[in-house]
Design a protein around this ligand. Structure first.
Ligand SMILES: [Zn+2]
Length: 367
């Protein structure tokens, strides 16, 4: 948890919009909140008033996972909170299931197929999502390579290893499909959505090519999972890319937020909208260095603890009572504090320095 959370400003107090309702956080920008069956029990989605080629409507940002209850909340939104207008596009920040899960269903207009609109994503995350949905199960947050990956980094419990080895449909259950066509978003692109212009800020280390959106005229940052007010972003090394330096990629990505104004309203995917960008994460040059050290120290503590969690099956039916737990999808990037080599990169990861998805044992401490 963020020890500096008390320094953040939550302009809407304890407001949490219930499923199937919307709450306006900036002119034409609405907050939707949907449940998740994980330790992290909710996701924020955004509904933006839009106009394309003279046609009035809406842009949806992020989707929620495939689950009957969430589809029901969306149907309520369609019926009661779109002012009789259609959705014009679906924009997804990154490929994680809670963000891209219902993308195909939303692009097709829900159960009644009310519209057929384009999905907007980065190439990196679109391709990754397509690969995971269409894959054989290997590297699909489970399978033989994932099991070996966890074993290499200290998981010894045979039941847990076998659980990972046999888990091959985790992603495709939560993300049953991704549209077969998309529109590519690239760093620096400016997307006009209704009255506001939004600049794409790509980020790395949490997802292959995460997209955040910043509107200077609205003074709003839709931060996805890159900037969260309370919990720490999940920075992971998957079996697909065992030598990934995800932590360096993530920390370096935070530099892109340094020029943004201190009073920008941040709309995160988890937690409440807040102000305090330069407090959390530590985006200033000095602060970022401090944050790096703190982050590495925290990770160091964590990997010494070396929590390893049994792969509890995430049953979508658990959504209502929130007791579901996310199975270990990956190993969390870990580095010895300050241990850089001559090129300034972190040294290779020693055995036992990666913790198997501590989100499972630390509650909602990851996005
Ligand atoms: Zn994510």
């Amino acid at each position: 948890m963020n020890a500096l959370e008390h320094q953040l400003d939550y302009p809407f107090g304890d407001t949490l919009p219930e499923g199937g309702t919307r709450f306006e956080v900036a002119p034409g920008v609405y907050w939707l909140r949907m449940p998740l069956p994980f330790a992290l029990d909710h996701i924020n989605l955004w509904l933006l008033r839009d106009r394309q080629d003279g046609k009035e409507g809406w842009t949806i940002i992020d989707c929620g996972i495939n689950h009957e209850a969430i589809r029901g909340y969306w149907e309520t939104i369609f019926a009661n909170h779109l002012d009789g207008l259609p959705v014009l596009r679906v924009l997804v920040t990154h490929c994680h299931p809670d963000h891209v899960g219902l993308s195909n269903w939303l692009c097709e207009g829900g159960d009644e197929k009310r519209w057929n609109v384009r999905l907007w994503m980065s190439l990196g995350d679109y391709a990754f999502a397509r690969m995971l949905v269409g894959g054989t199960g290997a590297s699909n947050a489970g399978g033989e390579f994932a099991a070996r990956h966890f074993e290499r980094h200290g998981l010894t419990d045979p039941t847990s290893i076998e659980g990972i080895r046999n888990r091959k449909d985790y992603y495709s259950t939560l993300v049953p499909g991704v549209p077969s066509q998309y529109r590519r978003l690239m760093d620096g692109d400016v997307v006009a959505i209704g009255e506001h212009k939004w600049r794409v800020i790509t980020g790395f280390g949490h997802a292959p090519e995460h997209v955040a959106l910043y509107s200077e005229d609205a003074n709003v940052l839709i931060s996805g999972d890159m900037v969260l007010p309370r919990i720490s972003t999940n920075v992971s090394v998957f079996d697909l890319e065992p030598e990934a330096d995800s932590l360096t990629l993530y920390l370096d990505s935070l530099g892109k937020y340094e020029p943004l104004p201190a009073d920008v309203l941040i709309l995160p995917s988890h937690g409440r909208p807040f102000r305090g960008l330069h407090t959390r994460p530590p985006c200033g040059p000095a602060g970022r260095n401090v944050g790096c050290v703190q982050g590495r120290a925290a990770i160091g503590t964590r990997h010494r603890q070396c929590h390893l969690q049994a792969p509890v099956r995430c049953a979508p039916d658990d959504l209502r009572d929130g007791r579901g737990a996310r199975p270990p999808a990956c190993a969390v990037a870990s580095r010895r504090t300050g241990a850089r080599n001559r090129r300034g990169r972190y040294r290779s990861i020693p055995r036992n320095c990666i913790t198997a998805q501590p989100v499972l044992s630390t509650g909602a401490d990851h996005g």
